[in-house]
Design a protein around this ligand. Structure first.
Ligand code: ATP
Ligand code: MG
Length: 570
């Protein structure tokens, strides 16, 4: 490609609405432009990178035995009614009506469509297992699109869906996808970890997220420093403590104390001269409309993902003022478990607590010396809070380490969640009808590109890993008006193209300094400079974008060096 013909609007200004480096650099390097909130166009340079990532994904999916298909973006309401997600997916599902007044949505994911396709086409065990994938546009009406293409509303995703006869089959399909993902992200030049994750609105029994480690990541991750355990903070487990006894020591008489205006844990602690560890915090939730009281020790945080999974409900929300009043007969801030008549579940952190403080279900009052068993009953103890750095690994008791990550891929073992609700069955060897076992597997294409930039940049711009660089080499003639310089550049350009090297020839009539700055900004791994000296001794200068290392060599040698550099980088 000739730079003079390439549409590559680079810029020096940092765009004011771009908070993270990848977003800033994608705008400055002329890769993307915003159309409207969370909706972006890819310009030629950006789209080249997208295609490089897609090609790596295709190669690895094909290698793993998955077959490429292409499914529609517009999906009918009826299918989503069948899976139950028309009701439960929430506002991220963009719904609309066509001219015949039929309800439709734009696909945020394709479990319904693929399950429908497979249930109509696959009848017997002889046709299984199968794994179908596509690279296609998704729409999710995110509440807060941000960070450019990292969290946008319309984005490209590779999604794959596996169908197996039994659990051993789906485990094997899952493992193949897990291995394929590992290869894909390695080839893209990313530093990543697969962590145990919650299954969210996709559902299923088990899942891993592939996380690119970066300080700007939206997800908090937990790793064990001794064993292999790694999880999303949302999911990270806490082992049931050995200290089970809640009735230790003497139980003092309950007393109501006046705590005017004291609602938060800090306020109550300060006022009563106590520690958060002495207080039991109670939050009332609405679980599919039914009130449930959740208790944790005052110094830890409730993890709502754990609460939702524990209760097995579809919609978990903090109770509104009206529900709180209905349960406690008091305003928010004074709720406690004594005397209420709803399901009470408690986090393990309550085990071993005695004579603690709670709200009195009366405005401006708290109770002290409250004890489980004597004063109220807990239905179940469970792991309902966030892990902290003082906790230990749930597997081996090793110390934990925290990091932040960007979720670029997610693999789920779905089991029969969709095959049951949508009746995707097959006949087994004995002619018996069985539900298919499913898995689903997603990679965000644009987010992977943004995450790669988060890990590969410096003060001058992007530093692409070779495998996903928009061009592998940029040739920079320092002066295009010197016909001898231009001629050497053209010869090298033609020769590199002939060797299959993705080459950009900067044939613009610009100062060398401007060209160097642009080459650095757009992050091309190798820059070859053709200058006056090349005319004298036939030696060309090549600079590595990543290390800044400069080498000089004749053209023939340079071409070999470039070809081997590219292959090593793949
Ligand atoms: P998140 O938790 O970040 O909202 P998710 O868990 O909803 O993502 P999945 O349903 O697992 O996402 O989708 C598969 C992949 O699609 C994700 O791993 C991510 O790479 C990508 N992805 C999801 N949402 C977005 C988005 N709003 N913008 C860009 N990529 C996205
Ligand atoms: Mg996910």
């Amino acid at each position: 490609m000739r730079y003079s013909q390439l549409f590559l609007p680079t810029g020096r200004e940092i765009p004011s609405d771009a908070e993270v480096v990848s977003h800033q650099l994608m705008i400055r390097a002329g890769m993307i432009r915003k159309l409207t909130s969370g909706v972006y166009s890819y310009l030629p340079l950006g789209y080249r990178v997208i295609q490089k990532v897609e090609n790596i994904i295709r190669e690895e999916m094909n290698r793993a035995g998955a077959q490429e298909v292409y499914m529609p973006m517009v999906q009918p309401r009826e299918l989503w009614e069948e899976s139950g997600r028309w009701q439960h997916y929430g506002k991220e599902l963009l719904r609309f009506r066509d001219r015949h007044e039929r309800d439709c949505c734009l696909g945020p994911t394709h479990e319904e469509v693929i399950t429908d396709l497979v249930r109509n086409e696959i009848r017997t065990y002889r046709q299984l297992p199968k794994n179908f994938y596509q690279i296609q546009t998704k729409f999710r009406d995110e509440i807060r699109p941000r960070f450019g293409v990292m969290r946008c509303r319309e984005f490209g995703m590779k999604d794959a869906y596996s169908f197996d006869m039994n659990e051993a089959g789906v485990d094997e399909s899952y493992r193949k996808m897990y291995d394929a993902y590992t290869r894909i992200f390695e080839r893209c030049g990313l530093t990543f970890r697969a962590v145990e994750a919650d299954t969210g609105s996709i559902g299923g029994s088990f899942s891993h997220e592939f996380m690119v480690i970066a300080d700007t990541g939206e997800d908090a991750l937990v790793f064990c420093t001794l064993c292999e355990y790694a999880a999303n903070l949302e999911k990270a487990e806490i082992a049931r403590p050995e200290k089970e006894d809640t009735s230790q020591g003497e139980h003092l008489p309950v007393e109501a104390v006046h705590t005017p205006g004291m609602k938060s844990i800090d306020e109550v602690c300060g006022f009563l001269n106590m520690k958060p560890e002495d207080i039991v915090k109670m939050i009332i939730y609405s679980a599919d409309g039914v009130p449930v009281a959740v208790l944790v020790r005052g110094d830890v945080e409730i993890n709502e993902v754990k609460v939702k999974n524990f209760l097995g409900c579809d919609l978990l929300e903090k109770a509104d003022e009206e529900m709180i009043y209905r349960v406690t007969e008091a305003p928010r801030g004074y709720a406690g478990a004594v005397g209420i008549n709803v399901k009470i579940i408690a986090d393990y952190s309550l085990l071993g607590m005695s004579n603690f403080v709670t709200g009195a279900n009366r405005e401006d009052y708290h109770l002290i010396n409250v004890n489980v068993g004597r004063d109220f009953a807990v239905e179940t103890y469970a792991d309902l809070r966030f892990v902290r750095d003082t906790d230990c690994c749930p597997r081996c008791k090793g110390a934990l380490k925290f990091a932040r990550g960007i979720e670029v891929g997610h693999v789920f073992k779905l089991g029969t969640k969709y095959s049951k609700t949508m009746k995707a069955t097959y006949l087994d060897r004995n002619g018996q009808e069985r539900f298919m076992e499913m898995g689903c597997y997603g990679i965000g294409i644009g987010r992977t590109v943004a995450a790669a930039i988060e890990q590969h940049y410096d003060e001058n711009g992007i530093v692409w890993p070779v495998a996903i660089a928009p061009f592998q080499v940029i040739i920079t003639p320092v002066n295009v008006n010197d016909h001898r310089i231009a001629e050497i550049s053209e010869t090298l350009y033609a020769s590199l193209l002939h060797r299959g090297v993705d080459t950009l020839l900067d044939d613009r009539d610009e100062r060398a300094g401007v060209k160097f700055k642009d080459a650095d900004l757009i992050g091309i791994p190798l820059r070859v400079t053709v200058g006056q000296k090349s005319l004298v001794n036939g030696v060309l200068e090549v600079k590595m974008r990543k290390t800044g290392e400069v080498r000089k060599m004749p053209q023939e040698e340079l071409e070999h060096m470039i070809v081997s550099f590219i292959h090593e980088g793949m």
